[in-house]
Design a protein around this ligand. Structure first.
Ligand code: TTP
Ligand code: MG
Length: 360
């Protein structure tokens, strides 16, 4: 029988990242409720909360809720605009620190990364735990920021692990503990489970990952198709996906899942505009221009479409991103079809450095 492959994967996730950076820069706001996002305009503002610190979360203020609602829930909070340039700079510094501890490294957005540390720990979980502590210390020493880390046999378990104890947590799950670790957790923790699937699973009597693990796999496949297989495997703690090292940034993208599926064109376009503003800030902060806009639409039944458009020129203007994404989404706005998720991707990136060299 082939020997089972041992892997040790870490997932590092910064704690309340945007607000933590703001607190570091302005120590006088520490201890207060802090919200980063759109301008609340005394409750009439449009747009959403990007993130909030743990004090604000006590009032129900969390990522993705409308900024007006955040204002009503916690009017005494300090509301700050999104400063991507700053977060990007800090993020790059943190990723440099984390990368130095990995055999293989995959950054996963602004404030998270996966590390394969199998070789350097010789597959020893004790050594991996020490390494994780060292990473936390190093980030805190150099950046005065805390993070939470999950250690596990694959990306799935490591990611759920990092979220298990927050802030400033460290959760180690050995391969033989994975299934038992996942079992009591809500199915919602699995990457594949959004509100809709959660509802369907609940109706089948499945509330926890353990319930899912004990369910008849063939019924899951029958009801959910390929997703059913993924659900079943995830519930057993199985995930064979590799750490994907990215040498060059290929795209910048962002997507938002609506709190409730919607066909309201005004809400959809507002959300699209908020996404494109975020992307524009990140594009400029990362010193990129781009050529291709792609939008992604997922309807309530999970049917997903992507549709793209390529300019004849490289650009970093907000106007171009906004106009192209609004045009691309038009065909998908139908009064009879509710949308679950929208996303925008900018690709065909060119760093402004490279562009300068080319034009010189
Ligand atoms: P998260 O890691 O999901 O959240 P967080 O770091 O703020 O909080 P936690 O301690 O629970 O990890 O996201 C990282 C950053 O990405 C977050 O600080 C702000 C941004 N973000 C958005 O802009 N919109 C969103 O909907 C989410 C979820 C995050
Ligand atoms: Mg985080």
């Amino acid at each position: 029988m082939p020997k089972k492959r041992v892997r040790i994967i870490l997932h590092v996730d910064m704690d309340h990242f945007f607000t933590a950076v703001e607190e570091r820069e302005q120590p006088e706001i520490k201890g207060k409720a802090v919200v980063v996002g759109a301008d609340p305009k005394e409750g009439t503002g449009r747009g959403v909360v990007s993130t909030s610190n743990y004090e604000a979360r006590k009032y129900g203020v969390k990522s993705g809720i409308p900024i007006g609602r955040a204002w009503r829930l916690c009017p005494q909070a300090i509301f700050l605009p999104v400063n991507y340039k700053l977060y990007k700079k800090v993020s790059t510094q943190i990723m440099t620190i984390i990368r130095s501890y990995a055999d293989k490294f995959e950054d996963w957005g602004f404030d998270e990364a996966f590390l394969d540390v199998t070789q350097r720990t010789k597959g020893d979980y004790k050594k991996a735990e020490k390494l994780a502590q060292q990473i936390k210390k190093d980030i805190y020493k150099k950046e005065s920021l805390t993070c939470s880390i999950g250690v596990g046999p694959n990306k799935l378990v490591a990611k759920i692990g990092s979220d298990f104890k927050k802030p400033d947590g460290l959760t180690v799950v050995r391969p033989e503990e994975a299934k038992a670790f996942l079992a009591p957790l809500n199915v919602r923790r699995l990457l594949w489970v959004g509100k809709k699937i959660e509802g369907r699973l609940n109706n089948m009597g499945i509330k926890t990952i353990g319930d899912l693990a004990n369910y008849d796999a063939s019924v899951l496949v029958e009801k959910f198709g390929v997703t059913g297989t993924q659900l079943y495997l995830s519930a057993q703690g199985i995930d064979n996906s590799e750490i994907q090292e990215q040498w060059e940034r290929k795209s910048i993208n962002r997507e938002i899942t609506f709190e409730a599926d919607t066909s309201d064109p005004e809400l959809i376009i507002d959300t699209l505009d908020a996404i494109t503003e975020d992307l524009h800030q990140e594009l400029v902060a990362s010193n990129f221009t781009f050529k291709t806009t792609t939008i992604k639409i997922r309807y309530e039944n999970f049917e997903t479409h992507t549709h793209g458009n390529t300019f004849r020129f490289f650009t970093d203007r907000l106007k171009d991103i906004q106009k192209s994404s609004r045009e691309l989404i038009q065909n998908y706005l139908r009064p009879d079809r509710k949308i679950r998720l929208i996303g925008v991707k900018l690709s065909n990136l060119l760093s402004t450095e490279k562009q300068k060299r080319l034009t010189d």
